[in-house]
Design a protein around this ligand. Structure first.
Ligand code: ARG
Length: 470
């Protein structure tokens, strides 16, 4: 077979798959308008600020500025009304808007792109979108924390088993458990705020990568667009997507927390645990098993974490090999962030609803708290405190008491005093005082501990903090 025939046949195969030829494929891979149209509001806001600044700096005339701004406002209304026809031939939101502007106002439209490139334009639009989304996440996190604080306050004294290895460990309060999640979501809140603070620099005016020869005022556009300052280095500006990565990293950690809480809700709502009942609003029935009530919302919150974590990895991978400055690879930044933001928003809302609605079965929690010899540590601590037994030895004595209770198929606090004394002669009636789950929990008054008064102190701390931080 000659080379000639070989080439022909491979071309034929390729041509058969793509009837309309290479140009169509280029359009397919190159166009981002199908998704970046979501940036239209930011694109128009950025262009209005840019045109205003260009006129103030005498780079374009006041009358061109007015035409441009009027045209951009018209385009915004058209898009909002659903009457705008987006074209893939025009690749992206920036060129779709600019082309329509030319239709509407003619030659003046061509002056808008002075001292600007799509590279700084997209960096601006996308940053503003992420900024708004991070602010929404902050608000949603505050809502979730508030819902958890309500439940924690209600259940500051409700005893439940605390677990390690998902094995009964020591009695804790449900309020304490809720406050553990407040700490986690509190850190998420602070991470979101950190990333908002770091993205508070305006990319506009970096132009393609090197800045511009026009005497623009980057401080003016930064202020107009709600940024504290312009970015300092134009090369970095057009090649930086840290704001998106940080948002997604914070989102991924938050989603991981949501997933853990969702997992607990799934476990707690099983008939075997029966700690909580989900409201009908956040569960579904089975089409075949009439008795079932499934925790679908919790399961979906748990599952959304996969998408959010995946999106972070996707963008990290896009960015990791890029030389400075802009490369078209960076167009692939948007869908991952859109999806992560949407998924997180939904998961936060669903979790807030579930937490507010779930019915806690205090009796079931208390009963479970007493199983599995959960007050064994309290017995050991009592031996240390009251009889001066070294902890290691107390641990050993308690182990024997647990074995005895196990043998007699009873609970620690149900053993006879004589039984306990057969293990250690010094034990007195007073020991029974620490063996109930409520007393066990109430005794853990160390800073951050599970005692109701400590839980209430944690609640007060968070309420004050949320008030202070806004
Ligand atoms: N649609 C592009 C993106 O999202 C806009 C920037 C294009 N810049 C360029 N030099 N081709 O990244």
């Amino acid at each position: 077979m000659s080379d000639d025939i070989d080439n022909k046949s491979s071309n034929q195969m390729w041509g058969g798959r793509f009837a309309s030829g290479p140009a169509a494929i280029m359009e397919e891979i190159n166009a981002s308008i199908d998704y970046d149209r979501r940036l239209f509001a930011q694109d128009i806001e950025g262009s209005i600020a840019h045109a205003t600044m260009l006129a103030d700096c005498h780079i374009i005339s006041a009358s061109d500025r007015d035409k441009i701004i009027h045209g951009l406002n018209t385009i915004r209304s058209e898009i909002e009304a659903g009457g705008f026809s987006f074209s893939r031939k025009l690749e992206d939101i920036h060129m779709n808007v600019e082309a329509r502007l030319a239709d509407l106002i003619g030659a003046a439209a061509g002056r808008l792109h002075t001292a600007r490139s799509r590279n700084d334009q997209v960096a601006l639009d996308f940053r503003m979108w992420v900024r708004a989304e991070a602010a929404k996440t902050v608000a949603a996190l505050k809502g979730l924390i508030a819902a958890l604080l309500v439940r924690a306050e209600e259940h500051a004294k409700t005893v439940m088993p605390g677990f390690t290895h998902l094995q009964t460990a020591q009695p804790v309060t449900f309020g304490h458990h809720c406050m553990a999640y407040v700490e986690m979501f509190g850190r998420d809140l602070s991470r979101m705020r950190d990333c908002l603070a770091r993205m508070d620099e305006c990319p506009l005016g970096a132009a393609a990568l090197a800045g511009t020869g026009f005497a623009i005022d980057r401080h003016q556009t930064a202020t107009a667009l709600g940024f504290s300052t312009p970015t300092r280095n134009s090369i970095d500006t057009v090649s930086d997507r840290d704001f998106a990565l940080e948002f997604m990293a914070a989102a991924a950690i938050c989603a991981t927390h949501l997933s853990r809480l969702a997992e607990e809700i799934v476990i707690w709502s099983t008939p075997q645990f029966g700690f909580v009942r989900l409201s009908d609003a956040f569960s579904t029935g089975s089409s075949i098993m009439p008795q079932k009530k499934n925790p679908d919302a919790a399961e979906l919150v748990r599952a959304k974490t996969g998408r959010i974590n995946g999106n972070l990895i996707a963008l990290l991978t896009v960015m990791k090999g890029l030389p400075l400055a802009y490369s078209k690879d960076m167009q692939e930044d948007k869908e991952a962030v859109f999806d992560a933001a949407e998924s997180l928003e939904l998961a936060l809302a669903a979790m807030t609803g579930m937490i507010s609605d779930l019915v806690v079965d205090e009796k079931a929690m208390k009963k479970a708290a007493g199983s599995g010899f959960s007050t064994a540590t309290d017995l050991a601590d009592w031996l240390v405190r009251e009889l001066g037994v070294p902890f290691r030895e107390a641990h050993h004595i308690t182990g024997r008491a647990v074995a005895l209770a196990e043998e007699k198929r009873t609970a620690l606090e149900r053993l006879d005093l004589a039984d306990l004394q057969s293990i250690h002669g010094g034990i007195t009636e007073a020991v029974f005082d620490v063996l109930t789950v409520a007393k066990s929990a109430a005794s853990r008054k160390s800073f951050g501990g599970t005692a109701p008064q400590e839980v209430r102190r944690q609640i007060r701390y968070w309420k004050k903090k949320l008030e202070k931080d806004g």
